[in-house]
Write a protein that binds this ligand. Sequence first.
Ligand code: ADP
Ligand code: TRP
Length: 322
Amino acid sequence: MKIILTGIQPSGALHLGNYFGAMQPAIELQSHGQAVYFIADYHALTSVTKADDLRSYTFDVAAGLLACGLDPSRTILFRQSDVPQVHELAWLLSIVTPMGLLERAHSYKDKIAQGAETNHGLFAYPVLMAADILLYNSDLVPVGRDQKQHLEIARDIAQKFNDRFGPVFKLPEPVIREATAIVPGIDGRKMSKSYGNTISLFGNEKEIKKAVMGIKTDSTPIDQPKQIEGSVLGQLMQAVDPEKYENFKVYGSAPGIGYGDLKKDLLAAIQKRFQPFQEKYRHYQTHPGEVEGVLHDGANRARALAAPILEKARRATGLSSS
Ligand code: ADP
Ligand code: TRP
């Protein structure tokens, strides 16, 4: 059975972009092999600076995935930091990782360009990510396009390790989600927590309503035909309720319909689609022990998968006695 592995960073409250771009595809893939999904809290430490925030975002991702349909009886869901052995592997990989490979990483160069303080964690980020992937003998790694280079780096590192120490690691195949449309935020740019333009997945009703009613529209008067296709409202409706979108496109563009009414329609579609998930999420909020139980069990299963692979790598380098 193929191992399908991915990590989701707990770096902010979940929004519709995260759902359509990362969570929904991961949940769909869980029936295609042994899914191994983790909450990349070590990685998130490179951007989240408050301990309470990291804890709450970590819970948000775990409870959110469970609420949206992740099945913990088949999928291994765990917190990255519950398997600290990944750091031992990261070290073994770092000694075959050329500096130039990391210096060329877009994510690192972008952070520097944005004026971020540079530190070793940011620089070594792709090595830890390679360790995440190789520690579980992953076959397939579904990621967004922005992570493509990190996957290439992971493959490069695996190959260099195998060249030096013998065939220890499988080379992972990326599964790039090109098809996932970029979900626009309420201001028309990509929905992203860093732009403050998100519609939250598990926020309260008032918050979600405020965001939807704040969606940017053009100034077409109410008695004029409107362009719904390609607009933020249209794209969001298309993602949330593709069937309804077909009607929405037509009646929404008719003269006499105001944007306020269309936003109310979108809000109703969001409520209809996500209410069952939100109810489950609230359940987990009041029963955090259930989420903890899933993560605990997931960590045990992950450690069992990882142990022989780490041992093989240790042996190949000469660290183990036999
Ligand atoms: P943010 O941009 O809010 O910081 P992240 O970079 O943490 O979000 O996103 C985690 C994953 O969620 C990404 O790898 C990507 O696949 C998905 N994602 C985030 N925003 C969007 C979006 N607007 N449209 C589609 N997918 C998205
Ligand atoms: N870097 C990924 C992101 O920002 C998260 C991640 C960490 C990951 N380790 C991984 C993804 C291993 C896939 C496999 O989205």
